[in-house]
Design a protein around this ligand. Structure first.
Ligand code: ADP
Ligand code: MG
Length: 439
């Protein structure tokens, strides 16, 4: 026996406990044949007992898909999920999922809605009632046990949904954008209730996995934020949140983390070289889905803020959701009007000139910039070659579909909208034909 083996055996720690949940190489493809669509690819994720993890990303990046696979409501196309080390087959009996909106039974009272799953599991009536009363109290609905759903506000109904999900005492509590259908106040109050239950360890729940597309919500609640990107959905990065509770939005550390997460969502955690090469590819591939009119407003606001602003705050001030904010910023970068650096926005000299320009001068400036985009240029040149008559939208779409497949429709829409904005071409909605704009 060699010395090495002896030493190794003497100091090696006991085998680490398996994580509560472990996802390996999970992918999901929907549809078949030409309609095949990869929603997520190669997802690896571990969740330990005691953790509150948020899945964050733009809509369509596969957050709900991943959550459904983790709870066993949906089957992965590739890879597998292990729960307490055991490979998951079928629905995970230790997990519960809470959706954006709840379908409560209108003919049952609040208490009956909460206990319905317990009845199905054969829990005796007395214990059911006791558990329901406790839970209803815990979510802040004390006094409403015998009310009917129609007598409750949306926020209160969502609380009943939480109580119902918690009644079965899940080990893994999964939530899919549970606050996004609520008004601001109800959402804030329900977040508070959930955090209290979780932090005081009132629940037997071992871990929480919550999907959100709200950065502040993730920084407010999670121990760790898993950031996802799309096309196809995948994990971009993970960011630990080492802030003590209760967290305050105005705390500079909180804001710094929000910026960091934003930068990660926008893909800005990559090296400069990676970004440059991606930007070059993007230039030839994809136009961000932003209205140039909205970009104009955005650039004006940035100019009036002195040419620089915190990206996330500016988005907030303009009431832009993440899904709206990202494409606008991307379009601004693509057209050379602004730059992003570590969560801050900077107006370029061109952007400043644009903000100061008259509407006519703006159009001209934008026309010059968007003609550098291959799709826009190609449409423009095709129309020039056939200046006498219009060209069917479908002709463009077919050619484009040959190159970029599924995205052709969307990309064509964006290119047409941008070209119209810059008065490069005109589009007849009735005949679906494109013309040069001769004005
Ligand atoms: P997210 O929750 O992040 O918004 P989803 O998981 O709902 O994303 O969807 C990811 C992608 O998969 C989207 O492009 C969506 O259109 C597609 N998708 C989701 N469910 C289905 C389905 N049942 N059939 C076909 N495509 C689907
Ligand atoms: Mg979803």
């Amino acid at each position: 026996m060699s010395n090495e083996t002896v030493t190794a055996a003497a100091v090696s720690p006991p085998p680490a406990a398996a994580p509560l949940l472990s996802v390996r190489g999970v992918g999901k493809t929907y549809g078949r044949g030409a309609k095949r669509f990869t929603a997520i690819r190669d997802v690896d994720l571990d969740i330990a007992s005691g953790e509150f993890v948020c899945l964050l990303g733009p809509s369509g990046c596969g957050k709900s898909t991943l959550l459904r696979i983790i709870t066993g409501l949906s089957v992965a196309t590739t890879g597998h999920v292990r729960y307490r080390g055991e490979r998951l087959v079928g629905v995970n009996p230790h997990a519960t999922i809470v959706f954006q909106t709840f379908a409560l039974y209108p003919w049952l009272t609040v208490a009956q809605n909460v206990t319905i799953a317990l009845k199905a599991r054969g829990v005796a009536a007395k214990e059911r009632e006791e558990r329901a009363a406790k839970l209803i109290d815990m979510v802040g609905l004390g006094g409403f046990a015998s009310a009917y759903p129609r007598e409750l506000s949306g926020g209160m109904r969502q609380k009943v949904g939480f109580a119902r999900a918690m009644a079965v005492e899940p080990e893994l509590f999964c939530l899919d954008e549970p606050f996004s259908a609520l008004d601001v106040l109800s959402a804030e109050s329900l977040r508070g209730e959930l955090m209290e239950l979780w932090l005081d360890r009132v629940l037997p729940t071992k871990a929480i996995l919550m999907v959100t597309h709200n950065i502040e919500e993730a920084v407010l609640m999670a121990d760790r934020i898993v950031v996802m990107g799309k096309d196809p959905g995948h994990i971009l990065t993970e960011i630990p949140v080492a802030l003590a509770h209760p967290r305050r939005r105005k705390d500079p550390h909180f804001q710094a983390l929000v910026d960091r997460v934003y930068a990660a969502v926008a893909g800005k955690t990559k090296s400069e070289a990676e970004m440059a090469s991606e930007a070059a590819q993007r230039l030839h591939q994809r136009l961000p889905d932003a209205e140039l009119g909205a970009l104009a407003g955005f650039v004006e606001k940035l100019a009036s803020d002195g040419g620089t602003a915190d990206i996330y705050r500016l988005g907030g001030e303009l009431s832009l959701a993440l899904d709206e904010l990202l494409p606008i910023v991307e379009a601004g970068e693509l057209l050379g009007l602004l730059r992003v650096h570590e969560g801050d926005l900077f107006l370029t000299p061109l952007g400043q000139a644009w903000a100061d320009a008259s509407i006519l001068a703006r159009r001209e400036l934008v026309a010059g910039r968007i003609l550098r985009q291959p799709t826009v240029r190609w449409i423009y040149e095709t129309l020039q070659a056939d200046a006498e008559s219009g060209v069917d939208r479908d002709q463009f779409r077919e050619v484009l579909a040959g190159e970029i497949g599924d995205q052709a429709e969307e990309q064509l829409d964006i290119a047409i909208n941008w070209g119209r904005y810059a008065k490069l071409f005109a589009y007849d909605d009735d005949t679906e034909e494109l013309y040069l704009d001769e004005e």
